[in-house]
Design a protein around this ligand. Sequence first.
Ligand code: SAM
Length: 283
Amino acid sequence: MNEWSTENLHGDYAQSLRVGKMLYDSETEHQRLRLFENDTFGRVLTLDNVVQTTEGDNFIYHEMMAHVPILAHGMVRRVLIIGGGDGGMARTVLDHASVAHVTMVEIDESVVAFSREYLPNLSRGAFDDPRLKLVIGDGADFLKTTEDRFDIVIVDSTDPVGPGEVLFTETFYGHARRALSPGGILVTQNGVPFLQGEELTNTMRAFRALFADWGCYLATIPTYAGGPMAFGWGTDGKSRDVSLQHLRERFATAALKTDYYTPEVHKAAFALPGYVRRLMPAD
Ligand code: SAM
């Protein structure tokens, strides 16, 4: 079998994954959705040919976007997820017994329906958890009007093209900040800085104008190719400074089974190499 799925997100640099078996290929109302098997990564979900998630390496992305803010905050009860259609983020957030409520706003109902059927290993029952409220709609519209407040807002979005574009605007970040309870944290996926540096700089400029503490942290996810991925971090609280000792205690109390996250990795993820630091606007 010699078919390859090629992602051409970056012009000069493409990534290809071998398609063992195409399980699904269809146009939704919003985007082209494909699912195929790959021997190394298991099932691979692409939207408009861009890898969204794989069974093999999604744990890195989900653990780092969920556990870092939740354990840094220390008293999270209410979480908002924007996007996240595959259910992996909801699952990872709901693995925290202390979380009482999750609202997830996903624009594309078919991603949810599809992932429930074809990627059950990601959501592992999250869609049936009574603590989850699923809203089908545009995350930007939701945040514009919501009166709800959240301890953590996680933007588990596609890249800033198509329906995801609006989730990278200053207006959207401003509305996300308004929806945070005191000490709340906004976390965003900001692509791979080596290849998408401008995207990170733009988000950081917006965060600088909005938050007392802003920045990003890093994790390397093989199928988001091109080096480590950046996660935007914005808060008016002090949770970035949480001590390693506190993180160890919280991690032990939460009794999470993780394959990437450790309290030590959490602290180290905020150390930025020079080329990423140079993408940050000055204080
Ligand atoms: N982890 C992936 C990545 O970094 O490429 C992205 C995960 S995927 C679950 C992102 C989801 O965001 C998709 O299901 C997509 O439908 C959804 N999405 C895109 N734009 C949206 C919007 N404006 N409002 C809500 N959800 C949106």
